[in-house]
Design a protein around this ligand. Sequence first.
Ligand SMILES: Cc1ncc(COP(=O)(O)O)c(C=O)c1O
Length: 371
Amino acid sequence: MDIRKDFLPVLRPVGGEEEIRSIAETIESGWWGKGPKVAQFEKEFAEMVGAKYAVAVTSATHGQDLVFKAMGIKDADIINPAISFMTTAVVPLWNNCTSNIVDVREVDLNICPEDVRKNLKPNTKAIIAVNHAGVPAPIKEIREVYDGFILEDCAHSCYFPGAGKNGDVAVWSFQAVKTMPCGDGGMITTNDKDLYEKLVPMSWLGISSTYSRVNKNDNLSGKPGYSWDYEVDLLGYKCYMIDIVAAICLEQMKKLPKHLEIRKNIQNIYNKELKDYIQTPPWSETCQYYCARVAPSQRDDLIDYLATKNIHTSVHFKPLYLYNVVRKMNQRSYQISDNQWKRLISLPCHPGMNNNDIDYVIYWVKKYFTR
Ligand SMILES: Cc1ncc(COP(=O)(O)O)c(C=O)c1O
């Protein structure tokens, strides 16, 4: 097979006329900041995931940080899984907490309930449970050993039924290569009214949104028309989503079922065609990442080999305890993560791939193992 001229990305967003039109409408409407599109997106997203409340923010990272601040979680021990993105280790640190990294399960690389149990501390105030690659984390099993606050990290789980429902609060990501991308954005969903009522003003310095005051939801004056005045009771910062971004999210949400079908189709074909060459990942309803496993001695070589064929791959993830920022506070052994991460290779999987792209990846992966 000829080597393609352009590279095949491991992940990429796909948008088109609909997103362009939606952004154009927003630009022309004169309401670019947080306004009707964000309100509509929050409402529709909450309905989709079956949550009472949704707060749209600039990223999942800001979302998690805001939840910590709204819950008053600080000066505590926070448990989070080894195989994850930097957010889950760093948010605790920014809140003056320790990042207590625990091992994962071999089967799905999700947080290991047994290791949670072993590493609980008297001051453990929260657990961040990641649905790794869109496979549900064992939150019910964690509840058997821990009855405190659980933040369900749904960055990879947009959307499968039940996602976001097992933790006390869920945080979602719409970052550029996620299943429902908008460039950068996130959502916090919860059924907790008190928490919701804190999160909304805290996403803008404690101020009620201009849009809510135009709409007289929060009109201090009680007079007709736009109320310019507001009170600030809570300490917040600026991390709310804006309408230009929500314009993309609303269109991507309509396309989500189709995009998830494409991802699942790729997953099915890879599983079928490559099962004799790689260890196929556990089934994922979102297939945010197709995390294959190969022998540690072959992983980096395969990455390099595929790169010479213009196929980009990645690793989701290198364990967090290997990064300097948290290394010192996590000086222990991580048997599963240590063994498994060296075997991980994410193959291209995104709605921008056609059948030729899928066949191309399969051809070169097979070729590598049969050379
Ligand atoms: C598990 C996990 N949590 C959180 C995030 C952070 O998401 P965002 O980029 O929206 O801040 C990511 C991003 O990849 C992630 O993989």
